[in-house]
Design a protein around this ligand. Structure first.
Ligand code: ZN
Length: 875
């Protein structure tokens, strides 16, 4: 390389000094690393490519291998659960007796065990409630802040609901298998049972717990379950019950953190142990029940017609088990008796269920090439209020999810997959059952049932997302209390993949069909924390735990690794950790181990850091190799000189004014130098050209002649990393003749200088345009500096009419006629309705009746507030 550079004159200098600096730099860094170990700070150039060390990833051990696979001594606990539960529809209460058979597969002897009491999150004095900030009051995601004192109607209703009822577990009996009482303590959302005898490795402990609790009013309190009643004037007065996180569940005991008994604050969800479940649910006899597991006694709880319909379910479209008409009919009365639905579920980490007489029920078969579950029964349960979109889309979306996820991960691992319509938006996942929001609404004017584009795609999207969670984390059992992104991020990525396969231009996020165009706004924001932050401390939860890791995986698949390497490695991760408990290191390591792609820089930048991607093409210089022949080159040099330095303006204007230079008036003044300049060829130059040719040894001569023959165009293209986050550089070269070439420059180009690099392109044809990431596949924040030469953007601008603020005119306002009851106010229900709090606001209302005269907030309005919050929650 350096020989060619020194042999040929490019008309510029890539100096030996520059090469020297490069070498010196390399040496200095190497010795620095040797003497000081991993002493680079994040600011160091090379730090971005340094391998992840123990400060980021735990050392591999016998439980977790350096390859990212479970180690030879990998273990996990098992908890088999039997529950008899009864729903009291009128009291909105659940009572149950439960047996847990806990198997200690760990190498440790346990003196006590921990159970997770998620319902205690709603108890008076819980850490979750006590640590809620004023700004987050009434917000389901339990965060948020506001500069001003404000109180939403949702927050106020939440306060009332908490005042009116006691929530949390009430225990009547905690005993061992022989019925002897066990000693236990409850710390907030965790219950410690002290074992009568230490539980040795490989031993099991069976115990019984009897408990009750009030079911939360989901609409007022918010949560991942509860009841919703249809008590509006034109509604039937029935309720839907969604029972989730409803029984004391074994906390996870792990090799990486011991007991995972970090308190439940509402956001960091949970990780649990796998086990076999047998659950008997006693509910009003006219209820339909959807639950984790396979129904064991259809003859006792279903009619002959319903059983026949279930047998008739096929693979091309869903059929009704309970039709809309039958559901409407059932909603007209209330049965007095009860029925017990018996469910069995093998190898699940949780159990959830739903019950209502309002349910329409449909079913369809999903076939897969799988020995254990060749046919999966896909079903949906929803009230008539959810139609027509639920009949049309829900079960189809369930089946579509399995179709796509099976390709990326593994076959759907259970015989049942269900989508249940519960709250209005968002969703939540449990093994074999998911709760999903979104319903159409009634158009106030026409009374027609209508739904927006957002509702339609929101529904399909949330069902894909929640059914997807049955793979991650219900089967790949990552620890969501600690790392939300491991299931939300991976699952959101797969959700996008399934949405792309549902229809083209699916509005993946808002109106964006490309999440990589949407994520940079978040990645440039200031109140960010790394993806690796513990769940409850994450800021901007939705983008942090869902959208950013999902965007990262799209970049990884489409830009960094390529589909073939990514898909193999991702499937390997999913298969390795199916029904096991992975940590982030297991994911990071597997993706590298299975692909031979060093991704430490990628994990560091995207998962451990908060930089964003912003690449730019800042310069392109074109050359051709010089012949060094003065008879050729001097003419070219003159042309270049004249192009670079146009005639000076004084001289030009003098001529235009008719000023004749003296030399033209007195010809005696001319001499040799008026005919010749620095570009005139001399014999000395010709001799030096000859001796240059003579001085070339044979390979240099051959190289020279080849270069002369080819006449290639040589480009030095400058790239700048303005965002900090390392990225490969997908480059599109457009040639003068219109041909296009795509080049993928790997991220490693940044390994010595992570801020600015120059890339050499040698091409036969002249390049007219260089574009960086034209397909938007890197999550670049600004595309205005990605094209060389720059282009003028064109758009439309609206003329803006300024309207001054409307001032109150008391005299005029008093003349306004009072509206009658029938007249609609016409003002839209806005999302930021507030209870006036400040004195100024109170006065405003008193003095300006029109402001407080708005029709009182209906439940519907309040639901729209809640929907906004739900949306923010990103469930
Ligand atoms: Zn999710």
């Amino acid at each position: 390389m350096s020989a060619i550079i020194s042999a040929f004159k490019y008309g510029f200098t890539i100096s030996a000094a520059a090469v020297g600096v490069l070498l010196i730099g390399g040496t200095a860094l190497a010795s620095d690393a040797e003497t000081k170990g991993p002493a680079f700070s994040e600011g160091d150039q090379v730090a971005k490519f340094r391998q992840l060390g123990p400060e980021s990833l735990p050392s591999p051990n016998i439980y977790r291998s350096a390859s990212g696979a479970p180690g030879p001594a990998y273990w996990q606990q098992q908890a088999n659960v039997t529950i008899d539960a009864a729903l009291d529809e009128d009291k909105k209460r659940i009572a149950a007796s439960m047996e847990i058979d806990y198997v200690n597969n760990s190498p440790d002897t346990l003196n006590y065990i921990w159970l997770a009491l998620d319902q205690n999150r709603f108890k008076d004095g819980s850490t979750a409630r006590m640590s809620t900030t004023a700004g987050a009051a009434g917000s389901r995601r339990g965060d948020g802040s506001s500069a001003n004192d404000r109180l939403t109607f949702s927050a106020l209703r939440y306060q009332h609901a908490m005042e009116d009822r006691e929530y949390g577990f009430e225990f009547s009996s905690v005993t061992d298998a022989a019925g002897r009482p066990l000693s236990y303590i409850i710390n907030d959302t965790m219950m410690r049972i002290d074992l009568p005898r230490p539980l040795a490795p490989d031993a099991r402990f069976t115990f019984n717990v009897d408990w009750d609790h009030n079911i939360i009013d989901e609409e007022a309190v918010g949560g991942r379950g509860g009841y919703e009643c249809f008590n509006e004037e034109d509604e039937d007065g029935n309720c839907i019950f969604g029972l989730a996180q409803w029984f004391p569940r074994m906390a996870a005991y792990t090799d990486y953190t011991g007991w995972q008994n970090k308190q439940f604050l509402g956001r960091g969800e949970f990780t649990l142990e796998f086990g076999d479940y047998e659950v008997n649910l006693t509910v009003p006899s006219d209820h339909v029940v959807s639950a984790t597991g396979v129904l064991q006694n259809p003859r006792e709880v279903l009619s002959a017609k319903q059983r026949q319909r279930l047998d008739d379910a096929g693979t091309d479209k869903p059929i009704y088990i309970v039709t809309p008409d039958e559901a409407l009919e059932a909603s007209k009365s209330k049965a007095s008796g009860t029925k017990t639905w018996q469910f069995k579920a093998d190898n699940v980490r949780d159990f959830a269920w739903s019950s209502s007489r309002k349910y329409i029920w449909d079913a369809m078969i999903f076939e897969q090439d799988d020995e254990a579950n060749p046919e999966v029964l896909a079903m949906s349960f929803f009230p008539p209020e959810a139609d027509p979109i639920w009949s049309q889309y829900s079960t189809q979306a369930v089946v579509h999810t399995m179709d796509v996820y099976n390709k990326f991960a593994f076959n759907y691992p259970y015989p049942i997959a269900q989508s249940v319509n519960s709250w209005e938006r968002g969703g939540m996942e449990y093994p074999m059952i998911t709760f999903n929001g979104y319903r159409p609404s009634e158009d106030e004017k026409s009374g027609e049932v209508v739904y927006s584009r957002g509702i339609k795609y929101g529904l399909i999207g949330v069902i894909i997302h929640e059914i997807g969670h049955i793979y991650f984390p219900m089967t790949v059992n990552s620890d969501e209390r600690r790392w939300t992104w491991m299931d939300e991020g991976l699952n959101t990525f797969l959700e996008y993949m399934a949405e792309y396969e549902w229809e083209e231009n699916f509005p993946i996020r808002g109106n964006y069909q490309n999440p990589l165009d949407q994520i940079p706004r978040y990645m440039q924001s200031s109140n960010q924390v790394p993806i690796m932050t513990q769940s409850d401390s994450v800021l901007q939860f939705g983008p942090n735990a869902y959208a950013k890791p999902a965007a990262a995986l799209i970049v990884l698949r489409e830009t960094v690794m390529g589909r073939e390497l990514f898909d193999f490695a991702f499937r390997e991760y999913a298969t390795r950790w199916k029904f096991k408990r992975p940590t982030p290191a297991d994911f990071f390591r597997t993706m590298e181990d299975a692909s031979a792609v060093d991704l430490d820089w990628f994990w560091r930048g995207w998962f451990f850091g908060t930089d964003h991607v912003d690449m730019a093409v800042t310069g392109v210089r074109e050359y051709q190799v010089s012949t060094q022949d003065p008879d050729v080159e001097n003419k070219i040099a003159r042309r270049e000189y004249e192009a670079k330095y146009p005639e000076n303006i004084t001289q030009r204007r003098n001529r235009e004014e008719g000023i004749t230079p003296r030399i033209e008036r007195f010809s005696d003044l001319e001499d040799f130098y008026n005919e010749n300049d620095q570009f005139t060829e001399t014999n000395k130059e010709r001799n030096s050209y000859k001796s240059f040719l003579k001085g070339l040894n044979s390979w240099e001569k051959a190289t020279y002649e080849r270069a002369m023959k080819d006449g290639d165009f040589i480009y030095f293209v400058d790239f700048e990393n303005q965002g900090g986050l390392i990225s490969p550089l997908p480059v599109r070269l457009t040639f003068e003749n219109g041909e296009v070439e795509e080049v993928m420059i790997p991220a490693e180009i940044w390994r010595r200088d992570s801020t600015a690099v120059t890339k050499l392109f040698v091409r036969k044809k002249r390049i007219a345009k260089v574009e960086l990431d034209p397909a938007h596949q890197t999550a670049d924040a600004y595309y205005s500096d990605n094209t060389y030469p720059p282009v003028i953007t064109s758009s439309r601008i609206k003329a803006y009419k300024y309207s001054g603020s409307s001032r109150k005119n008391l005299m005029a306002d008093m003349l306004v006629e009072l509206k009658t009851e029938k007249e609609k106010d016409g003002s839209d229900a806005s999302d930021d309705k507030q209870v006036p709090l400040t004195e100024k606001q109170m006065n405003d209302v008193k003095q300006n009746p029109s402001k407080s005269d708005k029709k009182p907030l209906s439940d519907k309005d309040d639901k729209s507030l809640r929907r906004t919050l739900e949306k923010l929650l990103g469930r």
